[in-house]
Ligand binder design. Structure first.
Ligand SMILES: [Zn+2]
Length: 160
């Protein structure tokens, strides 16, 4: 049973102290009052760390209040203490992972910001280059035009 996939059940946005277990093992389990197959969850409260129970399988919005402990014995003694310690350690590690992920996301964002800044600079320099090219073209046209007038004037003068 250890090593099976655990899904954290969140209620109202906050991570609750209940986990939904891989419910393949509900086969042959209990049917809940509303006729749905009951699902197994795991409590992680201070009173019942790791203790499994059945709840209605019709989803969290179900009105059905079916509840039944799967593990009949309450957690106690050093095992209970060890489970609570493990729970708190995992919580702390989850928080650390979350914090690191957020830091990483911020890092990516600021990199993207730098990229954008560089792209803007590249575009500005492109624009400058094309303006310079336009200026050069105008100068060339002006010079050819003056040249043409000179030649034209020379020809006219020669014909006189
Ligand atoms: Zn039900």
């Amino acid at each position: 049973m250890l090593g099976q996939q655990l899904t954290t059940v969140s209620e109202g946005g906050s991570s609750s102290t209940v986990q939904e277990l891989d419910n393949e093992m509900t086969a042959g389990g209990y049917e809940c009052d509303c006729g749905t197959q009951a699902l197994i969850f795991q409590a992680w409260t201070d009173a019942n760390p790791g203790r499994r129970f059945y709840r209605c399988g019709a989803g969290r919005r179900s009105e059905c209040n079916y509840f039944r402990w799967r593990d009949l014995e309450k957690p106690h003694g050093w095992q209970k203490k060890a489970l609570l310690e493990a729970r708190d350690l995992i919580k702390a590690q989850d928080a650390e992972i979350k914090r690191l992920r957020e830091t990483q996301a911020e890092g990516i964002e600021s990199y993207a910001g730098e990229d954008l800044e560089m792209e803007k600079k590249a575009l500005e320099s492109d624009l400058k280059t094309s303006k310079e090219k336009e200026q050069t073209l105008r100068e060339v046209l002006l010079i050819s035009w003056i040249g043409f007038i000179c030649i034209f004037a020379t020809v006219i003068h020669a014909l006189k």
